[in-house]
Design a protein around this ligand. Structure first.
Ligand code: CP
Ligand code: NVA
Length: 312
């Protein structure tokens, strides 16, 4: 590999320069081609990966386990009920112990601070598989999927419709503004991303040339979109907010009428999944020909393999 990211953690995409993200995407495309051509490698032979999950997961867990295992590595799944993390032992101490036994660690959970502590104290690469605030490995798969569709990220108009301050929207803001994709958040004002994150992404955009917009207007926001992206109205851990979210987000459902407001026929639909069909997106859009959600899900595996390959 022509670049050196050895020993690096991925806690948010802020941690990586545009060039480093470019390289991770190049490796992702390469490992996908290898997989499709049956070129089986054993690059993780003798390596171990700890998979810490406080929250549920299908894609992230399976992507890490299969990407690591098929190259000869040994992934160990540890749920919140299995280990002491923050319960009978401090996160710092658990991190130090895991760092003595594993070559890398994935963490999915609530507080972003937990994944930061794991990285600080374990001494091995730590990957954020989703916290309340960020979901960086998801966004690499999303960017890869957009590249497969449009051949590039520069100037592609990606519009996120829905809960504009959740982990996925936050990470898309960083990923798009760093890589030159145009990114618009369409959300009710109460669910706009933080000013701090918006300012940061505008700063990244000033280097990459991407356009960052935010609006509560569906009509103006989705116009000319090449990608419409949405996520659940109620993220894991926010179940108490369900009623309020449904009221706020009902008008923002991605359905046939919203897709038509883009004014383009070839606009694609993306969703990190899992989806609540009939809420954030209608059944016909998720199942329709514009939907790329299954490619996006598959690309979780290739991008995660690329991240591990680059960092251990
Ligand atoms: N998109 C995603 O992270 O899916 P899981 O919650 O199934 O891991
Ligand atoms: N925003 C969602 C993403 C799930 C992959 C959640 O945090 O539940």
């Amino acid at each position: 590999m022509a670049f050196n990211l050895k020993g690096r953690s991925l806690l948010t995409l802020k941690d990586f320069t545009a060039e480093e993200i470019r390289l991770l995407l190049d490796v992702s495309h390469q490992v996908k081609r290898e997989k499709k051509s049956g070129n089986l490698q054993r690059r993780f032979l003798g390596k171990t990966l700890a998979l810490l999950f406080e929250k549920r997961s299908t894609r992230t867990r399976c992507a890490f386990e299969t990407a690591f295992g098929e190259e000869g590595g040994y992934p160990v799944f540890l749920s919140g009920d299995d280990i002491q993390l923050g319960a009978k032992e401090s996160i710092e101490d658990t991190a130090r112990v895991l760092g003595r036994m594993f070559d890398c660690i994935q963490f999915r959970g609530y507080k972003h601070e937990t994944v930061e502590k794991l990285a600080e104290y374990s001494g091995v690469p730590v990957y954020n598989g989703l916290t309340d605030t960020f979901h960086p490995t998801q966004i690499l798969a999303d960017l890869m999927t957009v590249e497969e569709e449009f051949g590039s990220l520069k100037g592609v108009k990606i519009v996120f419709v829905g809960d504009g301050r959740n982990n996925v929207a936050n990470s898309l803001l960083i990923g798009c503004s760093k890589t030159g994709a145009d990114f618009t958040v369409v959300a009710p004002e109460k669910l706009f991303p933080s000013d701090e994150l918006l300012n940061l992404s505008r700063e990244y955009a000033s280097y990459s040339g991407s356009k960052i917009d935010i609006t509560d207007s569906i009509e103006s926001g989705v116009k000319d979109a090449q990608v419409i992206y949405t996520d659940v109205w109620v993220s894991m851990g926010e179940e108490k907010k369900q009623k309020e979210r449904y009221e706020l987000l009902k008008p923002y459902q991605v359905n046939k009428s919203l897709m038509e407001k883009t004014g383009r026929k070839e606009t694609i639909f993306m969703h990190c999944l899992p989806a609540v069909k009939g809420n954030e997106a209608s059944f016909d859009v998720i199942e329709g020909k514009a939907s790329r959600v299954w490619d996006e899900a598959e690309n979780r595996k290739h991008t995660i393999k690329a991240i591990i390959l680059a960092t251990i």
